[in-house]
Design a protein around this ligand. Structure first.
Ligand code: FES
Ligand code: FES
Length: 160
């Protein structure tokens, strides 16, 4: 068995030190070491997007990222979105538009949407669809999800 390695990770603005196997995935470290279980595992092979987090501004599948590769990067998970007990506008919009049913895809979907809106605050419907193309939802049919992201973008633009 390989020796564990020590890593410094910055997640949701907080610094953590963890000792993990060299081949530990970021997904497992988030869920099992940091107890940030909002990030979900669906396929484990980069196909479903349930494990999406933001790393240095990019939406990434955390099942495909070695934890060691996340050292020195800024990681944001779904738990990092609420501020002072208030849901993020994307979270509020998903509730308002009934954009979730079982909810398993939702954290990943919202993280992909956040990465989009951080770069492009006024996306077209096509840009929204492209941004969530790697996030599979077996429940909703996607229409409500696209509407929620559009609504959140409008709401956030109104705050600027
Ligand atoms: S669990 Fe990572 S893409 Fe499906
Ligand atoms: S709400 Fe169930 S998979 Fe999307």
């Amino acid at each position: 068995m390989s020796e564990k390695i020590s890593l410094q990770l910055k997640v949701n603005g907080r610094d953590y030190t963890v000792r993990v196997a060299p081949n530990a995935r970021l997904l497992d470290v988030l869920r099992d070491e940091l107890m940030l279980t909002g990030t979900k595992e669906g396929c484990g092979i980069g196909e479903c997007g349930a494990c999406t987090v933001i790393m240095d501004g990019q939406a990434v599948n955390s099942c495909l990222v070695l934890a060691a590769a996340a050292e020195g990067k800024e990681i944001i998970t779904i738990e990092g979105l609420e501020q002072d007990g208030r849901l993020h506008p994307l979270q509020e919009a998903f509730i308002k538009h009934n954009a979730l049913q079982c909810g398993f895809c939702t954290p990943g979907m919202i993280m992909s949407a956040k990465a989009l809106l951080d770069k492009n605050p006024h996306p077209t419907r096509a840009a929204i669809r492209a941004a969530i193309a790697g996030n599979l939802c077996r429940c909703t049919g996607y229409e409500q999800i696209v509407a929620a992201i559009e609504d959140a973008a409008t709401h956030m633009a109104g705050r600027e």
